[in-house]
Design a protein around this ligand. Sequence first.
Ligand SMILES: C[S@@+](CC[C@H](N)C(=O)[O-])C[C@H]1O[C@@H](n2cnc3c(N)ncnc32)[C@H](O)[C@@H]1O
Length: 238
Amino acid sequence: MTEASARTRHARELFAPLGPTYDRYANVLSFGQDPRSRRFLVSRIPGDATRVADVASGTAAVAIELARAAPSRTVVGVDQSSEMLAAGRARVRDAGLDSRIELIEGRAERLPFGDAEFDALTFTYLLRYVDDPAATMRELARVVRPDGVVAMLEFALPRGLWRPLWELYVRVGLPAAGAVVSPAWREVGTFLGPSIRDFYERYPLAAVVELWRDAGIGDVQVRRLSLGGGVVIWGRRA
Ligand SMILES: C[S@@+](CC[C@H](N)C(=O)[O-])C[C@H]1O[C@@H](n2cnc3c(N)ncnc32)[C@H](O)[C@@H]1O
């Protein structure tokens, strides 16, 4: 792998201790929204997409959902965290899906695949962790065949009355709840709110959509989920 920047190294350190407990607490701390959002993300991928890449695959929640959604589908999950992938491999085994899901270590900025290898690609909670979201979007689009669907799930900033409630949650509730679980989850709970805020200051949602278009993805659509706290974006490779 190429040398990682401070931002990518921080992401690696953040996720390294989380693998074994990630699924349970991501679900609890998102009030059960995480699995619902993933299901909507996966529903964007056409059933005839038989070879799908899932980038920032972590513990393989999306990869498993993708494989379950289409019996003839194979999925390659990529993540830079060997620890998250180790938890993912156990989960894939338990789900009896090892013959259709492969998990490999790699970075979204430089995917270990040729051009247009995949019928579709998903990625989850990734763009906040990369230095150059525009270049990463181009790299993600590169490995998808023309007309293939690209879909992402990310946190978002709620609007209107929900925003102050969200601020209260990420400033007080989430760090406190994380601290109850473990020091590693306290770090996540403290980091998440500023990370989401900072990302959308640099790239408001309209600018994110522009990144997609500039990467050669057309027909880009946006759906806000979870009272605006999540967003799914999808489109087709030109
Ligand atoms: C919040 S987790 C999401 C995992 C999974 N997709 C899910 O929905 O549960 C984000 C994942 O992104 C991975 N990640 C962060 N930066 C990355 C990069 N530059 N390349 C590959 N993976 C990255 C982390 O290791 C982590 O597993």
